[in-house]
Write a protein of this length. Structure first.
Length: 276
């Protein structure tokens, strides 16, 4: 299925990003393309076939930032970055290496000359920064206090950063925000986490997972209900009873991002799961 996730006008040309293949191109063009006035072409030809998934296109500092799930390790000397990269019309900038291999950037926003990203990652460049990171034009900045839930989409209202997350049943339909005064990251970004839901006391392990996982419940909890959703919010397994000490097999799931909803005593927890 061909899907376009974002469109951007840059240097007088129309760019598209998504999960698609442009038929009839040689070499084949995936994930990122531009319109040359007559046809869709790769960006540039030497980097065709390498953008497995592009989620966002944003113009920042005179360059077009491309974000999604792609990395250099899959095709050395071809892919210009890991999860995020920038294109000035002639050259690539990897933004200090981007995020770690195999992870994804869901959203990118620009505010006050700085670039904010969200997604399923734990590092940006050489900096530990879970779920949200900031590029100040020279390096990545980390948070001193991470969001309790993995954010999906970002948006600013005045100077407040809002983000949606998967705390409500596997869909990006709940909001949290950063408020000033209590939070500082490694580049002195001001804000503090103020989630609309409670932080989860429940631990899911191992994560990432290859074959099966377990759920660490509190001492007074013997069982819970679990549901598993894919990255698009589609139900994979619904309302199964999990008993303390059991293992949940995921060998039938393809590699990728999933969300496990855990219901205990009418309280809901959603944990992001990476299947390797």
């Amino acid at each position: 299925m061909n899907v376009i996730y974002d469109v951007q006008w840059y240097q007088g040309e129309l760019y598209i990003g998504g999960n698609f293949e442009i038929l009839g191109t040689n070499p084949r063009t995936f994930g990122l393309a531009k319109w040359d006035g007559n046809n869709w072409v790769g960006v540039p030809p030497s980097f065709r076939e390498n953008f497995a998934l592009v989620t966002r296109l944003v113009v920042y500092d005179g360059k077009m930032v491309i974000a999604g799930q792609f990395d250099y390790n899959w095709n050395p000397n071809s892919i210009p970055g890991n999860g995020i990269t920038a294109w000035d019309g002639a050259n690539w900038d990897t933004l200090d290496g981007g995020i770690e291999l195999g992870r994804i950037v869901h959203d990118v926003v620009v505010k006050g000359g700085e670039l904010f990203i969200s997604g399923n990652f734990q590092t940006a460049g050489n900096t530990n920064s879970s779920y949200i990171a900031k590029w100040d034009g020279h390096s990545w900045c980390s948070e001193s206090s991470n969001p309790p839930f993995g954010p999906y989409e970002l948006a600013f209202y005045h100077d407040t950063l809002f983000y949606s997350h998967y705390i409500c049943g596997g869909l990006p339909m709940c909001l949290s925000k950063w408020v000033g005064g209590q939070f500082g990251d490694s580049c002195q970004m001001v804000g503090s986490p103020e989630p609309t839901g409670e932080a989860s006391p429940i631990v899911l392990f191992p994560n990432p997972v290859t074959a099966s996982f377990q759920i660490q419940l509190a001492d007074d909890m013997q069982q819970c209900q679990i549901s598993i959703f894919d990255a698009l919010g589609r139900s994979i397994r619904v309302d199964e009873t999990y008993r303390k000490g059991e293992s949940v097999s995921v060998t039938n799931l393809a590699s990728g991002i999933y969300f496990v909803r855990i219901l205990v005593n009418s309280k809901q927890n959603v944990i992001r799961l990476l299947k390797e």
